[in-house]
Design a protein around this ligand. Structure first.
Ligand SMILES: NC(=O)c1ccc[n+]([C@@H]2O[C@H](COP(=O)([O-])OP(=O)(O)OC[C@H]3O[C@@H](n4cnc5c(N)ncnc54)[C@H](O)[C@@H]3O)[C@@H](O)[C@H]2O)c1
Ligand SMILES: [Zn+2]
Length: 362
């Protein structure tokens, strides 16, 4: 069975890659889960496709398996949903030996992980990520949490799963727009860390968009490897992990100003182009590189410009990001395709030129 390891200080665990759920029971047993109570946590959309399939599979080996289903979407990623989850766990008498299975996208993973981290001071959980974004990004690195008031992921913790099980075939039911949004993070991984991977993603657009399972496995696996490589060096996000923020300085600001009307990956796509243009302005990459990145984003139907945004407001919003350190704005830039660095040394005029570049109409 194909797998890679995340070697953190808190815990070390494998990420398995499969094309169905057939290895799950063996892996659970191998990991030491024999007769615990299990609770699947999922959202309504994912439940529709995979909830009962997973429930029946687990029931062939485990006597007590529950399923907790909540309404999908970022708007439900809050403490109210967590409250209902705790309530369910208590009613079903989950105990310290019980296991939570997060089945779904990043919203499910972050919330089920947070509930697992806090219920009885922490019970075991595993991740079965089903969106591209959760497979290549949110299920790796141990960040769990919820939104509070208007603040994204402001309540949370670092809590590692016992393992991550990626069934690539689940991407077949993911809405196209969500698939495209996940590709923004994949393109980011290539741009910041691996030029050959970036080329691969450029060359295999058709296979990826047609959900060719071997190609999807390759990209999900490579993205997990790259994110793992970074996270292993910096579990608590104090140094090198910053480069994963490429495209996110502009991206987060756009996301907030648009009031979450665009998907995260869509905002990151625009943010990637902004950061690429900034890299060009500082003399690191050529304008041809910027055009190439633009074409790659477009080939995955991702947005690259925003209309009708107040440029001064966007500039100011950059400084409101929770990642701004002591009011100093850091940008992750490309030194070349496949290499990146974080720097506070970016002039206001350079930032404005990048803003002009992504705020035009196409
Ligand atoms: N923990 C981290 O390190 C980290 C990193 C990045 C993002 N995140 C978080 O992840 C969340 C975004 O994740 P997401 O994009 O997966 O969002 P999501 O969980 O809302 O999933 C997107 C949509 O796709 C549906 N869906 C998921 N898998 C499906 C499938 N296989 N078939 C059909 N429908 C499916 C969901 O029901 C939802 O409607 C955000 O809350 C973000 O903060 C966390
Ligand atoms: Zn992101």
């Amino acid at each position: 069975m194909d797998k890679i390891y995340v070697n953190g200080q808190q815990a070390s665990y494998p990420i398995y890659f499969a094309k169905d759920f057939s290895f799950l029971l063996d892996i659970l047993e191998k990991t030491g889960f024999f007769n615990q109570k299990i609770c699947i946590v999922t959202d309504k959309n994912v439940d529709h496709y995979y909830g009962n399939q997973l429930l029946s599979l687990l029931q062939t080996k485990y006597n007590v398996v529950y399923k907790y289903v909540f309404a999908p979407g970022e708007e439900n990623k809050n403490l109210k949903t967590i409250y209902n989850m705790y309530d369910f766990f208590l009613k079903k008498q989950l105990d310290r030996q019980s296991l939570i299975i997060a089945l779904g996208g990043g919203v499910v993973g972050d919330m089920a992980g947070y509930a697992a981290a806090t219920f009885m001071r922490g019970i075991s959980f595993i991740q079965i990520p089903t969106s591209l974004l959760s497979q290549v990004d949110s299920s790796v690195g141990g960040k769990v949490g919820v939104d509070f008031q208007k603040h994204k992921n402001i309540i949370g913790s670092f809590y590692q799963p016992s393992f991550v099980y990626i069934n690539i075939s689940t991407l077949q039911t993911l809405p196209n727009r969500e698939l495209h949004a996940g590709m923004a993070e994949v393109i980011k991984h290539g741009l910041i860390l691996d030029p050959r991977y970036y080329e691969y993603v450029k060359l295999h657009t058709k296979d990826i968009l047609q959900l060719h399972l071997d190609t999807l496995t390759k990209i999900v696996r490579r993205s997990c490897e790259l994110k793992t490589f970074i996270v292993n060096q910096d579990e608590k996000e104090t140094g090198i992990r910053e480069i994963l923020n490429f495209g996110h300085t502009f991206g987060h600001a756009i996301e907030t100003l648009l009031n979450f009307k665009l998907l995260h990956g869509e905002c990151i796509s625009i943010g990637i182009l902004g950061a690429a243009y900034l890299s060009y302005q500082l003399g690191n990459i050529s304008i041809q590189n910027v055009h190439d990145i633009k074409e790659t984003l477009l080939s995955y139907s991702l947005p690259i410009y925003i209309n009708s945004m107040n440029k001064d407001q966007l500039y100011q919003q950059l400084f409101l990001d929770k990642k701004v350190k002591q009011s100093q704005l850091h940008f992750v830039l490309l030194s070349e395709i496949g290499k990146s660095f974080s720097t506070p040394d970016v002039s206001k005029s350079a930032i404005y030129s990048a803003i002009n570049y992504i705020c035009k109409t196409n």
